[in-house]
Design a protein around this ligand. Structure first.
Ligand SMILES: O=C(O)CCC(=O)C(=O)O
Ligand SMILES: [Fe+2]
Length: 287
């Protein structure tokens, strides 16, 4: 991918100010992502981590296997305890998280998606938190190549632009795995969106991929049509922990979900792939 003369290098980390600047917009258009440094504080990250532990305890006690139709994946943590690896609709179950994602500092990001964009607390998968950890019992040590446009592909249409806003909760250097993206791949055609890699099955490093190394509190914006993956950590146990929180900013009709909602078809594909890999999901952890 070439670097236009009027853009900073692909490795640039930006500061999130009161507005998204013209340069940041051009960077996003060209490379398909933006990286903002230290947008959340250590205290806020500690609050989110504690809320996740509380929600996990509640869901295990309730015997929850689905939340609003979305399957829950329980693996094992490095101490052998049940460990929920993907939370959905987090802000519905935590007032503190719900308030945090509405903090005024995120306004420029919301407006980037649309003047009337809203946080979809109970729509799509809601606020999602991924927790990757590299232990033998982990159902979720990594995630294969994909675009987030799979839902559209399922409906036979070209993915529309969708921006994914991710808050990174851990310091993560390249040796700890983490997010890998193919810059510029968001402008590819339908064929490449479908077949450039084998969805979720392909994990091989790409010569053109870049590693998104984060400090806890960094925020990334990535175009949902961009090819990306999460690499496995070279560490083992707790030092391999990597947590990412994705906030859905939506426009268009309000489509809230509830526990009466059906599981979307693309989640059945995810379940099938995890099942072929021996992941016990969605299944309650053994007590
Ligand atoms: O953990 C991340 O940063 C990316 C996760 C991801 O790509 C996804 O859940 O679709
Ligand atoms: Fe993704």
């Amino acid at each position: 991918m070439t670097m236009p003369l009027d853009l900073p290098p692909v490795t640039t980390r930006f500061q999130l100010g009161p507005e998204i600047t013209e340069e940041q917009k051009r960077f996003l258009d060209h490379y398909g992502f933006l990286h903002f440094e230290r947008v959340a504080t250590a205290a806020e990250i500690a609050m989110i981590a504690a809320e996740l532990d509380r929600i996990q305890a509640t869901w295990i006690a309730e015997g929850r296997r689905f939340v609003f139709g979305i399957p829950l994946f329980y693996g094992k943590d490095p101490d052998g305890k049940p460990f929920l690896q993907r939370f959905a609709f987090t802000s519905v179950f935590s007032d503190a998280v719900r308030q945090f994602v509405r903090d005024p500092r995120f306004e420029p990001v919301r407006k980037l998606i649309g003047a009337d964009a809203r946080i979809g607390d109970a729509e799509k998968d809601g606020v999602v938190v991924n927790r990757y950890v590299n232990v033998p019992g982990s159902a979720y040590p990594r995630l294969g190549w994909h675009t987030d446009g799979l839902r559209d592909i399922f409906y036979g249409r070209m993915p529309v632009q969708m921006l994914n806003i991710g808050l990174h909760l851990d310091d993560c250097t390249a040796d700890n795995g983490g997010l890998r993206i193919l810059p510029g791949s968001h402008t590819q055609g339908f064929w490449d969106t479908c077949f450039r890699k084998l969805y979720f099955l392909s994990h091989a490093a790409d010569p053109n991929e870049i590693v998104v190394e984060t400090n806890a509190g960094d925020l990334t914006v990535h175009d949902g049509r961009l090819w990306h993956r999460v690499a496995r950590s070279t560490r083992a146990g707790w030092p391999s922990l990597r947590r990412s929180m994705y906030v859905p900013y939506l426009t268009g009709p309000f489509e809230p979900k509830s526990d009466a909602s059906a599981t979307p078809p693309y989640h059945h594909l995810g379940r099938l792939i995890r099942w072929t890999k021996g992941a016990r999901a969605p299944q309650l952890p053994q007590k």
